[in-house]
Design a protein around this ligand. Sequence first.
Ligand SMILES: C[S@@+](CC[C@H](N)C(=O)[O-])C[C@H]1O[C@@H](n2cnc3c(N)ncnc32)[C@H](O)[C@@H]1O
Length: 269
Amino acid sequence: MPKNTNERFHDRISGRYDAIYDDDPYHLLLRDLTLAHVKPHLPRDFAHPLLDAGCGTGWFGARLSKSGFAVDFLDMSQGMLDQARSRMESEKPRVAPEFFHGGLEQIATLTTKTYALVIAIGDILSFVDDPVRTLRSLAKRMTAGGIFLGTVDQKLAGLEHFLERGDLDALARFAKDGKTVWLGGTKDERFATRMYTAEEIRDVFDKAGFDVVDVVGKTVLPLRNFRDRLDDPKVRREVFDLERKLQAIPSALGRASHLEVLAKRRPTS
Ligand SMILES: C[S@@+](CC[C@H](N)C(=O)[O-])C[C@H]1O[C@@H](n2cnc3c(N)ncnc32)[C@H](O)[C@@H]1O
């Protein structure tokens, strides 16, 4: 099957991804925030494996595997998956991971395992055409009460872009459906993405058979313009503490470019 533009783009950047993100203090902070969010919800035993979905180079999965969990990896980009595999070869995990090449949409055909936790960081659900359908089929590969943690782009943060372009029809369409095009790659690597309000993404999870535990802004503080200061570990620790306090205020998520959803699969799904 020919590669789609999303896959082609991620294949192209897979070799450079860790050099861009692994030592960048802003991304280190984002990762710490995500780990702090999920920590109280980690499984209490190692009975079931975890899945790093849209794993990229596998940083989150590797981190969870260091705590003793068996972790599998899934990504639509073979380049990313190869990087995750080579990361895990040097980690020597307790249980050998499986690597699934494909979209999260295809989870039902990729494995028959049952996961206690699925982590999908990097807006995987924004890239999926039919998130309710995808999450419903994911739910069938999760334990009753299994945890999903993932990010999506926030629609409220996208409004300004359309307003600045001065195209009110496009703005009205976007305000309604959140659909837009991801512009990060070269011209022929643009791909469809969808942004959500907190209410919309809650509704998606509800329809797919999950109870939303919480939705937080990531990040509430507009830290991109503060990046240089984050080199200092002391500053990073202070910003982390402040961000965690702000994340606890429900309305504060309106400021954030991304939303991080923590949801629990209903026993009946
Ligand atoms: C921004 S990266 C995030 C990687 C990793 N989760 C992290 O946080 O470092 C997004 C990843 O999702 C993958 N991806 C995009 N759409 C996907 C889909 N529908 N199913 C599975 N993987 C997808 C891309 O290939 C890419 O590796």
